[in-house]
Design a protein around this ligand. Structure first.
Ligand SMILES: Cc1ncc(C[n+]2csc(CCOP(=O)(O)OP(=O)(O)O)c2C)c(N)n1
Ligand SMILES: [Mg+2]
Length: 274
């Protein structure tokens, strides 16, 4: 297939996957599986959903995105560069001395709302932002991407209680439900199932989708809030390492960095013909 016929969201996802692989390799850094897992979610958000202006990262009416799984910094920075917030050349210095692009999400980077990486803080902050917007009569929306292992942090569940109590229907959570955390599967470490039912029980409006199917992502994200007066939760079933066959569902790629030969093989799988 010629790239001209490939959906722009899929092209964007392929480009940010390739950037993230090069960045993590260049820095000998961890967390490539984490990045690949949310590539399609970020692509749909940045190409179809978020009302942002790369020329004015502080535009007051912008939608807010908090990537609470801050160890996924590489692919967020890649998405921001592709969306035009800063030059793609910056990505070459990811995680290196003197670079703004630190290995966990940093608010010093244009387009980033909040520094994250200490897991469990993104949703509480997102609740505060959504409540403030409501009280000040502002129309922007707040989106928060959480990882599944992150849900072991109790702070999330206080926020899950808080948001529906305040009827924060300007708040949407996307859970990157890849079923793997740093030292084992979610099932082994602390089982979350039935996850959508838990959010519903806390009075969120929840839906489950395939987090790599861009049509499903677009459909869900374009329908928020699912119900007036309720926050929305999208449980996105994903695959850690998605897009690189030898990384998919492999715990090792939470920490391991691809060497030269692994990078070359991975790029062959993710890059589209130009
Ligand atoms: C408060 C806190 N505790 C522990 C860690 C160390 N840590 C980094 S990533 C991670 C879990 C990764 O799994 P998951 O949250 O499912 O994210 P994924 O990479 O699968 O998207 C942990 C425990 C952390 N960053 N913050
Ligand atoms: Mg996980």
């Amino acid at each position: 297939m010629m790239s001209a016929q490939i959906h722009p969201v899929v092209q964007f996802a392929a480009r940010i996957r390739a950037h993230a692989l090069r960045m993590v390799h260049g820095a000998n850094a961890s967390h490539i599986g984490t990045s690949l897992s949310m590539a399609d979610i970020l692509s749909v958000l940045y190409t179809q959903v978020l009302r942002v202006d790369p020329a004015r990262p502080d535009w007051p009416e912008r939608d807010r995105l908090i990537v609470s799984k801050g160890h996924g910094a590489a692919i967020l920075y890649a998405a921001l560069a592709e969306r035009g917030f800063f030059p793609a050349e910056w990505l070459e210095n990811y995680c290196k001395d003197g670079s703004k692009l630190m290995g966990h999400v940093s608010h010093h980077v244009p387009g980033v709302e909040v520094s994250t990486g200490s897991l469990g803080h993104g949703l509480p902050i997102g609740c505060g932002m959504a409540l403030a917007a409501r009280r000040e009569g502002q129309a922007h929306r707040v989106f928060v991407i959480l990882s599944d292992g992150e849900l072991d942090e109790g702070s999330n569940w206080e926020a899950v209680l808080f948001a529906p109590h305040h009827q924060l229907d300007n708040l949407t959570v996307i859970v990157d439900y890849n079923k793997i955390q740093s030292f084992g599967t979610v099932k082994e470490v602390l089982d979350l199932d039935p996850l959508a039912a838990k959010w519903e029980a806390f009075r969120w409006s929840a839906t489950e989708i395939d987090g790599h199917d861009v049509a499903q992502l677009e459909s869900a994200l374009s329908r928020v809030p699912f119900e007036a007066g309720k926050p929305s939760a999208i449980i996105a079933h994903t695959v850690k390492g998605k897009g690189v066959s030898f990384m998919e569902n492999q715990l090792a790629w939470h920490y391991k960095s691809p060497g030269e030969e692994e990078l070359a093989r991975a790029l062959l799988e993710v890059e589209l013909p130009s």
